[in-house]
Ligand binder design. Structure first.
Ligand SMILES: CC(C)(COP(=O)(O)OP(=O)(O)OC[C@H]1O[C@@H](n2cnc3c(N)ncnc32)[C@H](O)[C@@H]1OP(=O)(O)O)[C@@H](O)C(=O)NCCC(=O)NCCS
Length: 167
């Protein structure tokens, strides 16, 4: 699938917490709290990115209709913690109506570029054993399975597959 021209991936800030938390509630069990995201943004060893839809129209249409431009809508996000040369993706999610359009791909491309800039050599993530879309997404971006954490998740209880990607 081609890149979405009107999707922009940028660093998350505090004013994005409400929108990101809405997506989290629809996507991840158990979800992080708003405070969890706010704490992460204050952590110098964490970097969070969001994907936002910029406008509906081409530039000409937009300049003619500036009064009607909508606020960019946050449609996805990804969090990464890092220490020394290792990173860990803590969460990645896309608003349900926007899935299947390459948005997670676009977010991960930016997260990986940022990780390379930080000279990270490996990125880890954990994914529910039943979460085929997230496993496929991870494999597409170079992650391979490197272990299982038994009953790692709660609500519902489930094993985690640990995946790693070398940069
Ligand atoms: C996993 C998730 C982030 C994917 O987001 P998305 O924007 O729909 O993904 P994309 O459209 O960018 O797809 C990228 C790749 O992911 C994989 N993928 C995405 N959705 C898939 C699905 N329903 N089934 C199988 N593979 C899927 C494919 O490899 C796809 O590449 P392809 O289109 O070339 O086959 C999204 O489904 C989601 O938010 N899920 C709930 C939250 C979650 O499970 N997060 C992961 C926790 S580790």
């Amino acid at each position: 699938m081609g890149k979405n021209r009107n999707i922009r991936v940028r660093k998350m800030n505090l004013s994005d917490v409400d929108a990101v938390h809405e997506i989290e509630l629809l996507s991840i069990a158990p979800p992080w709290t708003k405070q969890g995201f706010a704490d992460a943004l204050a952590n110098e060893n964490a970097v969070f990115h969001v994907a936002e839809v910029c406008t509906d129209g081409d530039e000409e249409t937009v300049s003619q209709m500036e009064h009607s431009i909508k606020e960019p809508e946050i449609v996805g996000y990804c969090g990464l913690y890092f220490a020394a040369d290792e990173g860990e993706i803590t969460n990645i999610a896309v608003l349900p109506d926007w899935r299947g359009r390459g948005i997670a791909d676009q977010i991960l491309d930016v997260v990986f570029a940022d990780a390379r800039g930080k000279k990270l050599s490996q990125i880890f993530l954990e994914v529910r054993a039943s979460n085929a879309p997230a496993q496929k997404l991870s494999e597409k971006h170079g992650f391979t399975s490197c272990g299982i954490r038994k009953n790692f998740y709660r609500e519902p209880k489930e094993d985690a597959i640990v995946m790693v990607c070398s940069l």
